[in-house]
Design a protein around this ligand. Structure first.
Ligand code: ZN
Length: 311
């Protein structure tokens, strides 16, 4: 299969790649995300035509976008890209480039890439979840992303795990994202430090604002407060993961986003907490927990795969 052009439109930056069928990136460009529909289409047309001069992508282009994308590829609503409401961005870009353009949600495309070219290779039903600023995910069955009746399948960050839990960025209380995102780990660490504990975490931050990565540094050095904090955070991740696995019964879960850099420091307490939460754990086949393999480029690679997927 010929390479496809894949573009990840995030809240602050656009990443465009040409990827081959194995998911390997052969060319890439980055530009800041402009505000508003017309400037965004201009920026996408420019970056895409530049890349296609360098590396032809005869399959056309795919776009992954942080927001709700319907089955026709229209961006219905995007909290991070407020200029986009009912935006037919694929159509506009196709008219400019003269090649077909397909659009999907960024988490769906990251899941597609991880399931078929990354951490989920070898598994049939893969739940791929990214723990970053928020929590996003997708379910890939036999190489196909589940889309739901309207395109909004798998908004995994926004189900209630604790009605009395903290407020979510979306305005509802107790969503999983509010306790399990990378942002939430940073907030838990700052709360600990401001309570007078977590000296090792504060030292790792070295005067900068305490964030999730500092918990990892302190935990790797054996700091007890950091290890305890990671155990609490892993339990927050596990409560949502186990519930999703009870509902969806995947054979593998692929964990991506910034917290994946914690490696075994996270995976070890996560496996224990996940097994404790999962229904009938002693009587069912193992659900593999794996780390993502494609890093921050997963959505762009997934968009390139979407460009070349059968129509
Ligand atoms: Zn929410």
């Amino acid at each position: 299969v010929s390479p496809g052009l894949g573009i990840d439109v995030g809240g602050t930056k656009i990443l465009a790649v040409v990827a081959d069928d194995a998911g390997r990136i052969v060319a890439e460009r980055r530009v800041p995300t402009p505000t508003g529909f017309a400037p965004l289409v201009d920026a996408l047309a420019q970056i895409a035509s530049e890349l296609m001069l360098e590396e032809p992508a005869p399959q056309g282009a795919g776009i992954g976008i942080a927001g709700m994308v319907d089955l026709a590829g229209t961006v219905v609503y995007s909290p991070n890209l407020p200029g986009l409401r009912d935006a037919a961005i694929g159509e506009a870009l196709a008219a400019r480039l003269g090649v077909p353009v397909r659009v999907d949600n960024d988490a769906n495309l990251a899941a597609l890439a991880e399931a078929t070219r990354g951490g989920g290779v070898g598994y049939e039903q893969v739940l791929a979840i990214t723990f970053g600023t928020g929590v996003g995910g997708g379910l890939v069955v036999g190489g196909e992303v589940m889309r739901g009746a309207h395109g909004f399948f798998g908004e995994v960050g926004h189900f209630v795990v604790d009605r009395d839990g903290p407020m979510c960025a979306c305005g509802h209380r107790g969503h999983w994202e509010a306790i399990a995102s990378g942002t939430a780990l940073g907030a838990m660490a700052r709360t600990l430090v401001s309570s007078g504990r977590g000296a090792g975490i504060a030292a790792a931050a070295g005067g900068d604002e305490v964030a999730g990565e500092h918990v990892g540094v302190a935990a790797a050095a054996g700091d007890r407060d950091a290890l305890e904090l990671l155990e609490r955070y892993a339990a927050n991740v596990a409560v949502g993961l186990a519930s999703l696995c009870n509902i969806l019964d995947p054979d593998a879960v692929v964990i991506g986003g910034g917290v994946a850099d914690l490696g075994e420091l996270l995976m070890e307490p996560l496996r224990v907490a996940f097994d404790a939460e999962l229904e009938g754990v002693d009587h069912r086949p193992d659900i593999a927990l794996r780390f993502a393999a494609l890093g921050g480029q997963a959505t762009a690679i997934g968009a390139a795969i979407l460009a070349g997927a059968p129509r």
